[in-house]
Design a protein around this ligand. Structure first.
Ligand code: ZN
Length: 476
């Protein structure tokens, strides 16, 4: 039985609040296997919506879905030196299959570059085979010692897009296209504003020439990398022999890109909008957008009425649920749907039915209003849009208020010790300064914003010449 007081306050103990909400809103649970998580139906419903809407955007760009195997021969990973070094510490390796020791161990995919590119080398021969645009929705395994539900787990779900192009100009355009797609998706559907930028070479993907990412700022002042798009150059095509005959009949290596977004984004969604009462779901991604609660579930007439409202809203493609459980009190139901963050609650009682009225409660503001039944569809639709916009605006304000331009290292340290957030500071792009800053403040370079203009400045740490203000923050 759930009781609301069991949830920690978001403003008091953020980490505890997060865990309480994930468990009590029944999004996910701990698995008997350390590091793994079980995604429960309500949490999976969010992921299904992520898949649905992001998949549409992926396909609109001409990218097709396919599926590649879970097991990768260990030797494949070793072909690209940086790639294997980057992933070696977190690999799960299968050495026995069918009761027999395997001749070559198999790696459980931590990401699918190597498996996919082995196949691509068979499929690509001529410039006519390009661009090759493939995405896969799957699970990957990266060994974790500590579980942080949705944010850090040994196995997680994601999509990985892998494309091959004839020129670097084309492949880099794809890097940016995927990054913009992620920004649009996260801002529009999840109501989370992000910053697009380039990662430092220390923070880039193992095997990439360059990594770009979208970064979001969470309410506790920490940064969340919400999606990445990598310029792989010809690093993999050279070792996997992905070559093609160009229009002049000359053999060339392909230019490659990979991009991914995972269930981690659900962690960001929970943190970004939730409050002391629990989750607050942006309507566009919410598994249930409207919950209808008849005040008396034993009254047949009222139930009929509730059903007619459900039908009316479903015809408008609104995701709606009516809670007709008789074993729970109305108060319990209010609390439970509030905890689960359903954007709109509709209460209907006998008196209201007779007066042709409905009581509506907004989850984001708690505001209560009465509407006329004949205006139901339009009122609900408008309200869902309004809630979505309100959540985005609030998050955007938070991001702006907590992104600070800093020129003194003392101030930098003080901010990271207290309110955190994003810091825009000059950095010489030297690995040593980056490392020292991380050791002393926990802040890492998040990204260099794509639209950041080059100016003359001096590195916040060493004072040497610096061209750009990078975004720093403490990462999840
Ligand atoms: Zn420096």
């Amino acid at each position: 039985m759930f009781e609301k007081k069991e949830i920690a306050k978001k403003s008091v103990d953020f980490a505890q609040w997060y865990n309480d909400v994930v468990l009590k809103a029944e999004l996910a649970d701990y698995s008997p296997v350390k590091g793994c998580m079980v995604i429960r139906p309500y949490g999976y419903g969010i992921w299904e919506n992520v898949q649905k809407y992001l998949d549409r955007m992926i396909k609109k760009a001409g990218v097709e879905n396919a599926y590649f195997p879970l097991f990768i021969p260990q030797s494949f990973l070793k072909r690209e030196k940086e790639h294997v070094e980057g992933f070696a510490p977190e690999l799960a390796v299968v050495t026995i299959g069918g009761g027999e020791k395997l001749v070559e161990p198999l790696v459980v995919r931590p990401t699918s570059e190597t498996m996919m590119y082995e196949m691509y080398s068979k499929w690509i021969h001529s410039w006519r085979d390009l661009p090759l645009l493939i995405n896969q929705w799957c699970n990957v395994v990266r060994w974790e010692k500590r579980t942080y539900l949705f944010l850090r787990t040994t196995e997680f779900l994601w999509q990985e897009g892998h494309t091959v192009h004839a020129t670097h100009e084309e492949s880099y355009a794809e890097v940016l296209r995927a990054l913009s797609m992620y920004q649009e998706f996260v801002e529009k559907y999840l109501a989370i504003p992000v910053i697009k930028g380039v990662k430092s070479s220390n923070e880039k993907f193992a095997g990439a020439e360059k990594t770009t990412a979208i970064e979001a700022l969470m309410p506790d002042g920490k940064a969340l990398q919400a999606g990445t798009s990598h310029d792989l150059g010809q690093n993999f095509s050279k070792v996997f022999k992905i070559s093609f005959q160009n229009k002049e009949g000359k053999e060339e290596f392909g230019w490659q890109v990979s991009w991914g977004m995972s269930t981690r984004i659900i962690g960001g969604l929970i943190m970004m909008h939730g409050d002391d009462q629990g989750l607050v779901m942006p309507p566009m991604i919410a598994p249930i957008q409207v919950v209808i609660i008849p005040i008396d579930c034993k009254n047949e007439k009222l139930l009929e009425y509730a059903k007619s409202i459900v039908e009316e809203l479903e015809n408008e493609n609104i995701r709606v649920k009516v809670d007709t459980r008789t074993e729970q009190t109305v108060g319990y139901k209010f609390n439970q749907w509030e905890l689960r963050g359903v954007p709109i609650r509709v209460e209907i009682g006998l008196k209201e039915m007779e007066a042709n009225e409905l009581t509506i409660v907004r989850r984001d503001t708690g505001a209560k209003l009465k509407i006329k039944n004949e205006k139901l569809k339009i009122s609900i639709k408008n309200l869902l849009d309004e809630i979505q916009q309100n959540l985005f605006d609030k998050a955007k304000r938070f991001l702006e208020e907590n992104t600070r331009v800093v020129d003194s290292y003392d101030e930098f340290k003080e901010i990271m010790k207290t309110k955190k957030g994003f810091i825009k500071a000059f950095w010489c792009e030297g690995a040593e300064c980056e490392k020292k800053i991380k050791e002393e403040t926990k802040a890492t370079t998040r990204v260099l914003p794509l639209d950041e203009a080059a100016v003359n400045g001096s590195c916040i740490y060493c004072g040497k010449e610096a061209k750009y203000r990078w975004i720093f923050g403490q990462a999840y």
